[in-house]
Structure formats: structure tokens, C-alpha cells
Ligand binder design. Structure first.
Ligand SMILES: NC(=O)c1ccc[n+]([C@@H]2O[C@H](COP(=O)([O-])OP(=O)(O)OC[C@H]3O[C@@H](n4cnc5c(N)ncnc54)[C@H](OP(=O)(O)O)[C@@H]3O)[C@@H](O)[C@H]2O)c1
Length: 268
């Protein structure tokens, strides 16, 4: 198809690749012939994924690291280049969630969400972009959320981090017009991953709530499609774009509508 990038032989670095959307992206990219470098804190999970991808004939590298540590993220890019000799795509995906009232959202919680979701994205962009600009091609993919287009009830801190990612990506896209470097924001709705297990592990509660749900594999297919044909924004659940548009047109009305998607806490 004209205008499509042939992914085979290209290399992607993915943060938060030990589970969920990041792991699904790793599998989808590897199936498309891309080399994949995987960053997360749980080395055993990364190594199992690398073994699985390699057994299927793919190329993968596990790098243990924390996205809140700039040196870890820079080392991730250095090791990717050393292993594969190139880097074409950086997926800033690692992220954590939290639900609660503002009273529940202590400064520690707020700063932790900012550190992982916002600073982690910033470090990934800063590590990859100089390389992309020098080679006059590359693609930064930032996994935000529909909560980055419409603040969602019981998620003020999380929504703030996801809006920050959207603004960061928009500004970079404007900076990079004509440079050959693409920036894409991905805006999933609720996705079946370990996201809620991580909330239970980190914060000691589980959440229930309603709303549309999609698989991590579906999100990964949408991300791969955007890597093949870069675009500014990807809504893996297409109808959710209407929520973003309606929020601009009638924010007060949507305040009332969105309340039905509030998450309720229960003990872990
Ligand atoms: N699931 C949803 O409903 C949903 C909806 C919209 C957007 N998203 C976004 O999608 C992204 C991926 O989330 P997910 O749903 O796939 O969750 P997940 O299954 O919990 O995966 C999160 C990944 O991030 C990694 N991670 C967390 N903290 C990290 C840190 N400090 N350093 C390095 N890696 C770290 C985890 O690995 P380790 O624990 O091994 O480090 C894991 O690989 C997030 O940005 C999230 O906000 C999720």
C-alpha cells in the first residue's frame, strides 16, 4: 500500500514491556519482523517474553530498568543500539494507575504517578529523540489514555499525568514538523492487562467500574498500524474520540455523563 512503512528489519524500544499493552506490542512488532528491546523492572518476566519471541523466530532484548531513573532509560537506548545497530521506534508505555478521592491521593501517591507516567515518558523521549533527529527518521509513540482527553471521576492524579503526556506529545509534534520524526499519542479505554493488579500490589485496593473494555492485543494491533502509517493520535476504541470531541463542545454536560464511569474501591 503506498505510504506504508515496511517494518521488517526495523527496531523498537518499548518501556513497560513485561506485561499488558507493552508486552502485546512486543509480540505484535516481533511478528511484523521488527527487533524489539524491552524495558521493565521485572527481569524474569522480560526474559520469558524474550525467550518466547526468539522461539518464534523473532529478535528481542531484555533490559532491566526503571523509567523513573534517567540513567536507566539512557542505558536502555544505548544497549538497544549496541544489540541491534539501529533504533526506529520508541514506545513510552510504562505506566501506573490510582483511583480515589483527592483526600485519598496523598502527595506520595501524586508524585509517584507523575514520576512513572510523566517523567518516565520525558526520559524515554529525551533518550530517543536526538538519535531520531540525527538520522532524520524515527517514531516516538506515547501510550496515554482516554483519561488524557477527558478527566475521569476518581482519577484526578492519573488523568493529570495522562493529560501531561498528551500536551508533551503535541508540543513535540509541532517542534518536529518536517524533521522526518513522527510522534503518536495512543488513547486506549479500559484494557485487559495487569494494570489493576499493579494498583492492588502498589496501593492495596482493587477497583470495579463499568465502561467499554478492549484487549491488549487489540491496542497493540492499533499501535503497529500507526507505526506502519504514522498519525498524530490513535483511539483504539474508536467511539471514544466522540468523548474527546464532546468534552471540548460541552464540558459541563460531559461532567455529568462521565460520572457513570467512576471506579469504586474495594479491599485487595
Ligand atoms: N489497562 C488500562 O485500562 C489502560 C487504559 C488506558 C491507558 N493505559 C496505559 O497503558 C500503559 C500500559 O499499562 P497496562 O495497562 O499495560 O498495565 P500493566 O499490565 O500493569 O503494565 C505496566 C507495565 O509498566 C511497567 N512499569 C511500571 N512501573 C515501571 C517503572 N517504574 N519502570 C519501568 N517499568 C515500569 C510494568 O513492568 P514492571 O512492573 O516489571 O516494571 C509493566 O510492564 C500505561 O501507560 C497505562 O496508563 C492502560
Amino acid at each position: 500500500m503506498p505510504g506504508m512503512i515496511d517494518c521488517a528489519g526495523r527496531v523498537a524500544a518499548i518501556t513497560g514491556a513485561s506485561a499488558g499493552i507493552g508486552a502485546a506490542c512486543a509480540r505484535a512488532f516481533a511478528s511484523a519482523g521488527m527487533g524489539v528491546a524491552l524495558l521493565a523492572r521485572r527481569r524474569d518476566r522480560l526474559e520469558a517474553l524474550v525467550a518466547d519471541i526468539t522461539e518464534r523466530g523473532g529478535r528481542a532484548l531484555a533490559v532491566e530498568g526503571d523509567v523513573t531513573v534517567d540513567a536507566d532509560v539512557r542505558a536502555f537506548v544505548t544497549r538497544t543500539l549496541a544489540a541491534f545497530g539501529r533504533l526506529d521506534v520508541m514506545v513510552a508505555n510504562a505506566g501506573i494507575g490510582f483511583h480515589g478521592t483527592l483526600d485519598d491521593t496523598t502527595p506520595d501517591v501524586f508524585l509517584r504517578l507523575m514520576d512513572v507516567n510523566v517523567n518516565g515518558t520525558y526520559y524515554a523521549a529525551r533518550a530517543a529523540l536526538p538519535h531520531f533527529e540525527a538520522q532524520r527518521q524515527g517514531h516516538l509513540v506515547i501510550v496515554s489514555s482516554i483519561a488524557g482527553k477527558r478527566g475521569t471521576p476518581t482519577a484526578a492524579a492519573y488523568s493529570a499525568t495522562k493529560f501531561a503526556q498528551v500536551g508533551f506529545a503535541e508540543a513535540l509534534r509541532a517542534d518536529l514538523v518536517g524533521s522526518g520524526v513522527a510522534v503518536t499519542t495512543v488513547l486506549p479505554v479500559r484494557t485487559v492487562t495487569e494494570f489493576h493488579d499493579a494498583i492492588a500490589r502498589d496501593f492495596g485496593f482493587r477497583v470495579d467500574g463499568r465502561g467499554p473494555t478492549q484487549s491488549a492485543e487489540h491496542v497493540a494491533r492499533c499501535v503497529l498500524a500507526a507505526v506502519k502509517r504514522p498519525r498524530p493520535e490513535v483511539y483504539p476504541y474508536r467511539a471514544s474520540k466522540l468523548l474527546a470531541l464532546a468534552t471540548v463542545a460541552a464540558p459541563g454536560l460531559i461532567d455529568r455523563f462521565i460520572r457513570r464511569f467512576a471506579r469504586h474501591r474495594r479491599p485487595a
